[in-house]
Write a protein that binds this ligand. Structure first.
Ligand code: MRU
Length: 344
């Protein structure tokens, strides 16, 4: 399994996802500012993975901070990391977890503070892998034997500390002895499906067919797709799901064709402070991602562009939400709160 993010020799080591699949290159971040840049530039991406990166970024910041004015420095570190990307709530969840730990450690010798902050960041990573395995275990039964699953974006090992959420469910079904193949939407404009999902599923020997995003409706109508499995960046209390732009289109087409639409995500992706998905902040990214492909223009100069990185799928299109604590069914107002409050 690919190593997405690790803490090695007091640095944060990431596989550079902007270069995959053409190049398998690892970069080492030696400062929290380098971690922040890696998140912003999508060297690391995917909601759980950027949560782990943020936790490690805070730890790295504290490791390199001076003893004087530590409180102010921790605030700056956390605020800087929090400004990298707005949609995935896991980022803010991880920063808050690190901030709370710092509050508890305040006043202790700096060496001890550093040690525990690093320890906590490593724990966030380890827990994420365990959580993905639990999501996989809980979701595997929903994937029929001898079936084809449609997925959008990359919600795999690369989007987490390992194993994946949506792809974790597929992996767990395969590990349980089922024959499962995957249709992967290429996921314009950043091509997470083509570049990342296909790459990591190929490594596992899971048969994968790449389609362009506009083919999804055709295949959902064909009867060849047993279910759709996607990840999430933020899930509101009513079950509305923010995920990679294009997810909403797939969800509507799935419902129209009576194909179950499953979302796989850790509890840390729930944002129960939001009653619905209406107020989930949607990241707007650079126009060049749409007008250019691998640095080459595919549209005339001066083209007006919209580039929202995410969309919100209303809960009415979501058949079930698979978490590490169990599977939530509608009405989500009740089922998500129950799962969030329950013990693992
Ligand atoms: O812009 P990205 O690549 O960070 O978007 C990622 C997604 O939309 C994933 O589907 C989501 O984060 C879930 S990852 C387990």
């Amino acid at each position: 399994m690919v190593e997405t993010i690790q803490w090695i020799d007091d640095s944060v080591v990431l596989i550079d996802q902007t270069r995959l699949p053409l190049e398998e290159k690892y970069i080492a971040c030696h400062s929290y500012l380098e971690v922040a840049a890696a998140i912003r530039e999508m060297v690391i991406r995917g909601a759980p993975a950027i949560g782990v990166a943020a936790a490690m970024g805070v730890a790295l910041g504290v490791l390199r901070a001076n003893e004087e004015n530590l409180d102010a420095q921790v605030n700056t570190i956390c605020d800087t990391l929090a400004k990298t990307r707005p949609t995935a709530v896991n980022l803010f969840w991880a920063i808050e977890r690190m901030r709370r730990l710092y509050q508890r450690l305040r006043g202790k010798p700096i060496a001890e503070i550093r040690k525990w902050m690093i320890e906590e960041a490593r724990l966030v990573r380890e827990e994420d892998i365990a959580i993905c395995r639990a999501i996989g275990h809980n979701g595997a039964a929903l994937v029929p034997d001898h079936s084809t699953v449609l997925t959008h974006c990359n919600a795999g090992a690369l989007a987490t500390a390992g194993y994946g959420t949506a792809l974790g469910v597929i992996r767990a079904a395969v590990e349980a002895g089922k024959q499962v193949s995957v249709f992967a939407d290429e996921t314009r404009p950043f091509l997470q499906g083509a570049r990342l999902t296909v790459w990591e599923l190929q490594q596992d020997g899971i048969p994968t067919t790449l389609i362009t995003d506009n083919m999804a409706g055709h295949f959902l109508k064909s009867g060849r797709i047993a279910c759709v499995l996607v990840g999430a960046d933020r899930i509101a209390a009513n079950g509305d799901v923010a995920n990679k732009v294009g997810t909403y289109t797939v969800a509507v087409l799935a419902k129209e064709n009576a194909v179950p639409f499953f979302v796989a995500a850790p509890i840390s992706t729930l944002d129960l402070t939001l009653a619905s998905g209406e107020r989930i902040p949607i990241e707007q990214r650079a126009a060049a991602e749409v007008t250019h492909v691998f640095g080459r223009a595919v549209a005339p100069a001066g083209t007006t562009v919209e580039n929202p990185a995410f969309d919100v799928t209303p809960a009415q299109y979501v058949t079930a939400i698979i978490t590490e604590k169990g599977v939530a069914h509608p009405p989500y107002e009740e089922s998500l709160r129950l799962l969030a409050g329950s013990r693992l």
